[in-house]
Ligand binder design. Sequence first.
Ligand code: 7TS
Length: 409
Amino acid sequence: MKDINTVKNDFPIFKRIYNGKPLVYLDTAATSQKPYSVIDSQTEYYSLHNANVHRGVHFLSDESTDLYEQARIKVQKFLNAESSTEVIFTKGATEGLNRVAMSYAVSALKEGDSILLLDSEHHSNFVPWQEIANILKLKLIFLPLELDGSLDLKKVEKYFTPGVKIISLAHVSNVLGNIYPIKQLAKLAHSRGAVISVDGAQAVGHIPVDVVSLGCDFYSFSAHKMYGPMGVGALYIKKSLHDLIPPFEFGGGMIRTVSLNSSTWAPSPEKYEAGTPNVAGAYGLGIAVDFINSIGMDSIVSHGEEITGYAIDRLSSIDGMFIYGPKVAAERGALVSFSLEGLHSHDVAAVLNAEGIAVRSGQHCTMPLHDKLQVNSTIRASFGIYTTKEDIDALCDAILKAIKLLRGA
Ligand code: 7TS
């Protein structure tokens, strides 16, 4: 097993110096940095194996197809899915979430049916539902969140009325950090005849994800937030739904037969992967899974909790600091969003940037949540396996500097 305390050495980007300062990267929730193995996998694929998949009889096409399908099996095992046919490669979480909204709603929902959401959702798990609700005249119902962003399951139960056909929510909130009780919500949804779609963008690679034990019907995520390449991700669709859900796109690679009058579809996953896929990306995603496995999910979870707890403690001691989400590290993903009294988040982030510290400031694609919190923007520090307590110390020192500079105190 790799030692998580030295794993930073696997990431070449940390050799970067900016403004005379070493890079402190606290924006993993936007995208994680990539280890050598993932970076090298891209060169290796295009240098040695490049060919289209599922098409040729030549050896390169065979190798490429093997790498692509092995990556699918790695993702299947990583998610503990029952079959590799349940893993559909996409370009990322946003595509997966759009596919669920468009194809599930179109095939299974009718006018007047309802969709349950949280008002803290990332726009990628909100706007697609808003769009399909407008087209099909569906209702969006928002579950009530407690002050710290958590859900009280007792209060939530009564929202699962017979008209509710699907609940779609984040496994981990990208702003508040809450880890939501997917297993309990899945049970509740199924007992009321609904299905559950989970946005795993901030969960995969940070906390264990077992789609069978969670009981989810759909699970979407992006490779680039779990140390893999950009432009690739996966959508898990439970096997029992494959007959109900039509292809997302039509064309090459997804058919069984085509005649002038009609066509039939190949089974999943081909049915859902029309056209030439991102083979190098899928291969890189598989290598990212190997990398995560080489560290071990237990170490990743305890490191995430330790860094998040330390960040909450240190940040809390700063005057005028307001931290959003739960205060207990074990109840949240590895990120902390906050605001500073009287200071604009972009101004603070600009001072931090000058110190070589990369954070995200703004609304993090959650405008309805920021409206609800009555704050125009927040600063978010988000962590990965390479984040150290020294990074958090540098963040806090730089915040104190920003306060001094911007408040003129
Ligand atoms: N869902 C959640 C919860 C997210 O945090 C994000 C990206 C997405 C979906 C979309 O992922 P994509 O890979 O398809 O773009 N979140 C962020 C963020 O918080 N800052 O930058 C991107």
